[in-house]
Design a binder for this molecule. Structure first.
Ligand code: MIG
Length: 830
């Protein structure tokens, strides 16, 4: 059988077993069935710095204040806690924080400048209050922190009007209340809107009640679960099959602050290379070389922008990672440099499978270095992967990660600039079904040997970190692109994530939205789904609708396993035209996207956001599963049903402009808008200043010129614009550009002020184009720096001029153009 057919039939047979395995998982996770031992009375010791320790004969609890809104709670069996270790936490050097301790015989109160942690001593319970005395969260009265054998669990009070979000990669609706969830990286072999677990685990919860949020991060890598109202309607709980109760409490109350603090703790997604924000075309698999060149040529000949092409497993020699199948790709370096000249970046897949083959250099090196996982008896552990019998690098070991990184040298020299780490849940095949490593395998970690049961959930994240480090070693001043299928909390530091094997169905387009938003709410900021679904090829209309939505998602690729072709031109001229337009929209908005990625890197805010992040007090907004924000200014409302040509859009408060027609609305409002195949509903927030640029065929084809700012009026508004060279790390040393824009209605004029450039990045000379929307009358005069700009008769005339202005009567837009000198400038429209 051909690989693909084998894959398809395997997927099908796997599906039938899904229901059974899902039930099994639920039973294993059912907390009610166990004989839990609850922590009883605890005795506090004297506070030390920002920390209090509590002890009982069975356990030790430690409450540590890290910042006024961030508290860590740890409960470990025995008198002395073991070494403190986390795979997720990236920051431990919190500055000193002022804490007040008070107490009575029955309680201890730990007060920061923002919250109060009230600890009841018998039975031991922890509660969090704000300083106005409002209860934020507390251990359940009936049961707080408990353990049963190796298992640990914590029960908390669940108010009837509290909603829960986050939990990593979940395909369920945004609001996670009323279900239970498992954290165990899994290749689900086909999933739907109820499948759990999936590939990635982030045990982080964002709770929202009455517009106020708090967060909870359970830093435990064992198989864990969150029960959000299944066991009991007024308790929620989280726990794991091993390890400690170890959680961080984020007091909020703004959901953005919760997410900001969480991503400060576990790290944020570094700024990707600018080309990686372009469009990527992928297939399982494009080969041979002739086919890859054919795809690339088609993009350029048809004028459809594209920045990357993905090579899936068939580029390898017998699925041996870090090799090329020479009959298919006889001259990778030659091919890749040709493609690069045309603006194409090549991303290659890599699997965690090292083929057992004594003639194969990777196998030889790994064997000699002792880099592969061993069974408890010390012999090599092997299993079935794509190349057949395989052995597996132990990514938990720093030595192995360093070796893994070194393996990328050859392909980087060939010109590969991105890698996708697949199958790293990890997945191996047992009787043709996806399975994972034996739980008693021992990994070598810096803290000593650890069982796979503990490492499983971070295996993929560690692989992606080793991959990133390896790329950086050989290209120290080039931002790497790593995309991973499996990861854990904090994985965004190393890689983008995509949502694995989805399907080419309308249901999957629908579920991809809450899924990607949920990932964003969990810190996974650079995420995307296979546009069109991996199997089977979607209907032409579905693909067109999906692409229209997908160009507004952070990681944007079409990935298909066929059968049949899935490129933007696959379905005839009319749809090709629409698909081209979708991709062009993304390319024009690259400066906006780039700023959203910059904000993600700086603050942890996801590029793709649920409305609840911006409008947490709007009950309709927080339940919006099929609308999302890109950055904070664009609202996207994809059409997700066949034969729907209009849709209802829920606009939150404020002024909103239709992105295509400029029609103005005032929210909160439910609006029915026209949505022909040609047009996805998109709205711009009144007050937004949206940067964009001229259309290019790939991100690096030319420097930005003109730099465009679309100004959507609503009172006084301000905005920040960021730019850098898009590829190096020089921005970390001040080689970047920052400008502030302010738009204000003065008594006699509308003024637009642009500050002088900050930072040492200087773009090539270019023009600035300001487009002021919703100007109802033709201005009498337009000035820049007090000097009158010449009026031009048409936009075309303006295009050719170095400066000037025009007025578009039909759309009520004033267009101003003048050279972007990088100095402070003030334009006035009268
Ligand atoms: O078992 O490399 O999710 O994107 O095309 C399938 C082949 C293995 C799974 C990935 C998919 C990729 C496919 N891989």
């Amino acid at each position: 059988m051909k690989t693909k057919d084998r894959c398809l039939s395997t997927l099908n047979s796997r599906l039938s077993t899904l229901t059974t395995s899902f039930c099994l998982l639920l039973c294993v996770a059912n907390p009610a069935s166990a004989d839990w031992q609850s922590v009883g009375r605890m005795t506090p010791s004297e506070p030390q710095g920002n920390q209090v320790t509590f002890r009982s004969p069975q356990a030790t609890a430690i409450v540590t204040v890290l910042t006024p809104d961030l508290v860590r709670v740890r409960l470990v069996p025995g008198a002395t806690p073991g070494p403190d270790c986390s795979w997720a936490v990236a920051k431990t050097d919190w500055p000193q924080v002022a804490v007040q301790f008070t107490g009575s015989t029955e309680s201890r109160i730990i007060r920061t400048s923002e919250i109060e942690v009230r600890v009841q001593l018998s039975p031991f319970r922890v509660a969090f209050y704000d300083l106005s005395g409002r209860l934020i969260a507390k251990d359940a009265d009936s049961r707080g922190m408990s353990w049963e054998g190796a298992r640990v669990r914590c029960w908390k009070w669940m108010p009837p009007d509290e909603h829960y979000f986050g939990l990593g990669e979940k395909s369920t609706p945004l609001d996670k209340r009323g279900r239970s969830y498992i954290m165990w990286n899994t290749d689900p072999a086909g999933f739907d809107a109820s499948t759990d677990p999936l590939y990635q685990s982030v045990p982080f919860l964002l709770a929202l009640r009455e517009g106020r949020a708090y967060g909870l991060f359970f830093d435990n890598t064992y198989r864990s679960s969150f029960d959000l109202g299944v066991e009991s309607p007024d308790l929620y709980s989280f726990g794991a099959e091993g390890g400690e109760i170890n959680y961080y409490f984020f007091a909020g109350p703004d959901p953005k602050r919760v997410l900001g603090r969480f991503t400060e703790l576990v790290g944020r997604s570094p700024l990707p290379p600018r080309w990686a924000m372009g469009y990527i075309q992928s297939r399982y698999s494009y080969y041979p070389e002739r086919k890859v060149r054919f795809i690339a040529d088609n993009f350029r000949e048809r004028g459809i922008p594209c920045d990357g092409i993905f090579l899936d497993i068939d580029y390898m020699d017998g699925f041996r990672i870090f090799t090329w199948e020479k009959s298919r790709f006889p001259d990778p370096h030659g091919m890749l440099s040709d493609l690069r000249r045309e603006g194409f970046h090549i991303i290659a897949i890599v699997d965690p499978y090292v083929k057992v083959d004594p003639q194969y250099w990777v196998y030889q090196q790994g064997l000699a270095g002792g880099y592969f996982l061993k069974k408890p008896d010390g012999t090599l552990y092997s299993g079935k992967g794509w190349p057949g019998e395989s052995v597996f690098p132990d990514f938990a070991s720093a030595k192995v990660r360093a070796w893994w990184g070194s393996l990328f040298q050859g392909q980087l020299e060939d010109g590969v600039v991105g890698f996708l780490t697949d199958m790293n849940e990890p997945t191996i095949f047992k009787a043709d079904l996806p399975a994972t490593f034996d739980l008693d395998l021992m990994h070598e970690t810096a803290q000593g040997p650890r069982p796979h049961a503990q490492i499983h959930n971070v295996y993929g994240m560690l692989e992606s970190s080793a991959t990133r480090d390896g790329m950086l070693r050989f290209r120290p001043n080039e931002r790497p692109l790593v995309i991973t299928r499996a990861t854990f909390a904090g994985g965004q530091r190393f890689a983008a994530q995509w949502s694995g094997d989805n399907w080419g169905t309308w249901d999957h387009l629908r579920l991809s939205m809450p899924m990607l938003m949920t990932m964003g709410l969990s810190g996974l900021q650079f995420s995307g789904a296979d546009i069109g679904g991996i199997f089977p090829v979607p209907s032409p209309e579905l693909y067109t609708r999906w692409l229209a939505a997908g160009v507004f998602t952070p990681f944007c690729w079409t990935h298909s396993g066929g059968p049949g072709n899935l490129e933007p031109w696959a379905f005839g001229n009319r749809l090709e035209e629409i698909n081209r337009h979708s991709i062009e929209t993304r390319y024009k908005l690259l400066p906006y996207l780039y700023n959203a990625f910059w904000e993600a890197a700086e603050t942890g805010m996801p590029v793709m956001r649920p409305l609840l992040l911006e409008y947490p007090d709007d009950p309709a907004a927080i339940q919006q599963n099929d609308e999302f924000l890109l950055g904070d200014d664009l609202l996207i409302a994809p059409v997700t049903k066949d034969d729907d040509f209009e849709r209802e859009v829920c606009l939150p408060r404020g002024v909103w402009y239709d992105f295509w027609t400029d029609r103005r609305s005032s929210g909160p409002e439910r609006l029915t808008v026209n949505a022909p195949l040609e047009r996805i509903p998109v709205f711009v927030r009144g007050g937004a200043i949206v940067p964009s640029q001229q259309l290019l065929q790939y991100a690096g084809q030319a420097a930005i010129d003109p730099l465009i700012f679309d100004i959507y009026r609503s009172g006084t508004s301000t905005s920040t614009y960021y730019e850098d060279d898009g590829i190096s790390f020089d921005y970390q040393h001040g080689v970047s550009l920052l400008q502030y824009l302010t738009v204000a209605q003065q008594p006699d004029a509308l003024s637009i002020e642009i500050s002088a450039r900050e930072g040492r990045y200087t773009p090539p000379a270019r023009a600035l184009l300001l487009k002021v929307h919703d100007e109802r009358t033709r201005p009498r005069q337009v000035t820049v720096g007090g000097k009158e700009l010449p009026a031009r008769n048409s936009e075309k005339e303006l295009d050719h001029a170095a400066e000037g202005w025009t007025y578009d009567h039909a759309r009520n837009i004033v267009c101003l153009k003048f050279p972007d000198r990088g100095v402070a400038a003030k334009a006035e429209i009268r």
